[in-house]
Design a binder for this molecule. Structure first.
Ligand code: ADP
Ligand code: ZN
Length: 726
């Protein structure tokens, strides 16, 4: 199978243009019939490894997962991306199960999720043997090992898979396995020859912070204030403190609930639901919370008390930032916590556990008290070498750097800082750099920032170096990016002092973090949003919530946060433009496109000074093309069939066909628009667009005031000109 097919499916269904590390290799192995073992951190992109293979082949992938509560969400997410999927578990009635098995036999699904205990049912097994199975994916594979921390008896049933289905490859996936557990998984599944893939356990988008507690609740508030409205988890040691903290947060205006094993089942389920559906922002929880949730936009995880061990700390913090956007993990620590924990441990009767727990505690405290890189310590605990001298993502690395590498950047830094102040701290780094470099771009001129005294005073420094300086200033705490104000830069107290003070500013060189290229682009595109687009982001979030409620889905299943941020930054006005965003596949563009682009249009109408920018994904996209149904119309058109005839032949309205052809023009598949718009009108229409300065049709049509010109004519010309001006 050549890679192109994989890329086409990746883009069509998921809206991504590049694979994350290892995904391509794993998928190719599975398609070649090989068994695989995949060890990847949470958020690393495991699901895609088993979701994609069946999309490019005939059969169905059977996914075995112990997390029954998650199956529905996962299936909903697949369905909303246009992938036929279903699940079978004990939450269904016999009738429902029979129905789904029947559909499976008819080849209706690409993905079939099921719980391990299903394999005890002979009826289920016989159905399986009548299916064309591409792959068995065993999620949370560590559950099969007694050495793991989450052994489940039912998982032992998976031992039969290899013998019962000798021709079907197995893929075992987990985010947590020591070498001993990993080995055991292969033995238990009877796949000793499986190809092993292990991704780095580094989560580059997570920042680890440890703060000495003085007044724990006040410290928590300091952390939460700039993060109001974002989703997060606050882990507490006791049930009582989860409730107390939630209560106090509510009193301070935060939307918070408690979650612990002592709550009534119904209450617990409700609180979890409120969090997932984004009715509340914060869950104050014991570690019982998190296993069964898949919320991708958890922006922070706080440990209000010490975690039990480093593995737990990694798992719990790992629930932040699954969508790859920057997220923070804060551990609040006081030496007195250690004493308190020790006492608790000693209360236990089990001597061996006591010793183990004490060792674990010791290690956690060493972690909290260390003056070395947190990332390095965590990764080395998992046996992974970390070689960067400065991770740039922990309080230690952010706060300290070796003296000898420092350089004096006082003058440049002051220019930068003062430009931030002169533009009222409302803009991102890129814009500030434009001013310093004297770029007379539209926004700068519009805001009259070419009249600033700092305009053009930084021409001697390259754009790249300015950007680097900005990142350094942020790392060193002179400025911060206000996440609630679309990453506009603000001076911190330290920054203000530096601006007026006599102290020199010394900076070190920054390390780079890893990400796939196109993700990097997406991130840089959304780093630097005009502050006012924060308003649009909020509107889009509200719209997402509305649609999520209508469809009874969690909001992140509709679109990830990263997609909404791209929308707010890039203002796509058509479904086709929406498709260009990373994370938007065809089904979603078609299904949700009109509502989101509608909201964006409305926003653009309310702010006539904002110009939507053209967007192109830089990766050559053989894959990005007209949707299937549109393509059918385009093909007919190319063969000389007229719009009217296509509509008749396909039983579609002319408007629909016109939309298809508009797409075809945008994608360059149709170049001869003279067949669609009378040639003598083309220039008149162009002039009208120019005269009204509008990207919308109505004002242009009014301006033309000619009954022979239709909306479709305008659309075709606009699409053609968009295409050729790119
Ligand atoms: P895991 O199962 O390993 O915890 P997921 O499969 O949930 O991770 O993936 C985490 C996030 O990464 C999801 O939002 C997913 O859409 C995204 N993702 C996966 N593969 C890619 C890719 N190739 N490019 C961009 N994003 C990706
Ligand atoms: Zn570090």
């Amino acid at each position: 199978m050549d890679d192109r097919h994989l890329l086409i499916a990746l883009e069509k269904y998921f809206g991504y243009t590049t694979f994350r590390p290892l995904q391509r290799e794993i998928i190719k192995d599975a398609l070649a019939g090989k068994d695989t073992f995949v060890l990847m951190p949470t958020g690393g992109g495991k699901s895609l490894c088993f979701q994609l293979p069946s999309l490019v082949s005939e059969g169905v992938t059977v996914v075995i997962s112990p997390l029954i509560a998650l199956m529905k969400d996962q299936v909903d997410a697949m369905t909303s991306s246009g992938i036929q999927a279903t699940f079978i578990n004990s939450s269904l009635s016999q009738d429902q199960i029979s129905e789904r098995l029947k559909d499976a036999r008819e080849g209706r699904y690409k993905l079939l999720y099921c719980a391990p205990e299903r394999l005890a049912s002979t009826r289920f097994l016989s159905t399986l043997s009548s299916l064309d199975i591409t792959l068995f994916a065993i999620d949370e594979a560590h559950c099969i090992s007694q050495w793991g921390h989450d052994f489940r008896e039912d998982y032992r049933k998976l031992q039969i898979l290899r013998n019962s289905f000798p021709g079907v490859p197995l893929m075992a996936l987990t985010a947590t396995a020591t070498p001993k557990v990993a080995e055991d998984i292969l033995v238990q599944l009877r796949i000793p020859q499986a190809k092993k893939y292990q991704a780095s356990f580094d989560r580059p988008n997570l920042t680890y912070l440890v703060r000495r507690k003085s007044d724990a609740f006040e410290d928590l508030l300091d952390f939460l204030r700039p993060r109001k409205g974002e989703s997060g988890i606050v882990y507490c040691l006791s049930r009582k403190s989860t409730e107390a903290v939630a209560e106090k947060l509510r009193a301070r205006g935060f939307k918070a609930v408690a979650y612990h094993a002592g709550l009534d089942n119904a209450v617990r389920a409700k609180h979890q639901e409120l969090f997932i559906r984004e009715e509340v922002d914060i869950v104050c929880a014991t570690i019982a919370f998190g296993m069964g949730i898949d919320k991708s936009n958890v922006r922070f995880v706080v440990h209000y008390d010490l975690p039990k061990n480093l593995e737990g700390y990694y798992q719990e913090t790992g629930r932040a930032g699954r969508d790859g956007l920057p997220s923070d993990c804060l551990l609040l620590y006081a030496p007195s916590d250690k004493v308190r924990m020790q006492r608790l441990i000693e209360l236990s009767e089990d001597d061996i556990r006591v010793e183990q727990n004490k060792d674990d505690l010791e290690l956690v405290c060493r972690f909290a008290e260390a003056r070395t890189c947190r990332k390095k310590m965590v990764l080395e605990y998992f046996g992974e070498a970390y070689s960067l001298p400065n991770c740039g993502k922990c309080d230690i690395c952010l706060g300290t750097s070796p003296k000898e590498e420092l350089i004096d950047v006082t003058v440049a830094a002051q220019k930068f800082l003062s430009t931030i102040i002169r533009t009222s701290q409302k803009f991102g780094a890129k814009y500030i750099v434009s001013i310093l470099r004297g770029k007379e771009d539209e926004r700068v001129l519009h805001n009259r920032h070419h009249q600033l005294s700092t305009f053009g005073i930084g021409k001697d420094i390259k754009e790249k170096d300015w950007t680097h300086l900005a990142a350094e200033l942020e790392r060193e705490g002179y400025i911060l990016r206000d996440r609630n104000d679309f990453n506009s830069l603000k001076l911190t107290r330290k920054g203000n002092e530096a601006l007026v003070g006599r102290q020199n500013i010394l900076l070190a060189t920054a390390p780079k973090t890893r990400k796939s290229e196109s993700e990097e682009e997406v991130h840089s595109a959304i780093q630097d949003l005009p502050a006012r687009n924060a308003e649009l982001f909020e509107r889009l979030r509200i719209l997402r919530k509305l649609i999520a409620d209508e469809r009874e889905l969690p909001p992140y299943v509709i679109f990830h946060d990263s997609v909404l941020k791209q929308m707010a930054a890039l203002l796509p006005l058509t479904s086709t433009a929406l498709l260009q965003l990373s994370g938007v596949g065809e089904k979603k563009a078609e299904d949700l496109g009109p509502r989101f682009t509608g909201a964006i249009r409305e926003f653009v109408n309310d702010h006539p000074d904002i110009t939507p920018v053209g967007i192109t994904r830089s990766t050559p996209a053989p894959t990005k093309s007209t949707s299937d149904t549109a393509l059918a119309s385009v093909k007919l058109f190319q063969r000389g069939v007229s719009l009217y005839e296509i509509a008749k032949e396909r039983g579609l309205t002319q408007t629909t066909v016109a939309n298809h052809l508009e797409e075809g023009i945008k994608n360059g598949e149709i170049t001869d628009i003279a067949r669609l718009v009378p040639p003598h009108l083309i220039d008149r229409i162009r002039n009208a667009f120019a005269a009204t300065g509008s990207v919308f049709l109505k004002p242009v049509l009014n301006h033309l005031n000619d009954v022979t010109i239709t909306y479709d004519h305008l659309k075709f010309v606009r699409a053609y000109d968009d295409r050729t001006s790119n």
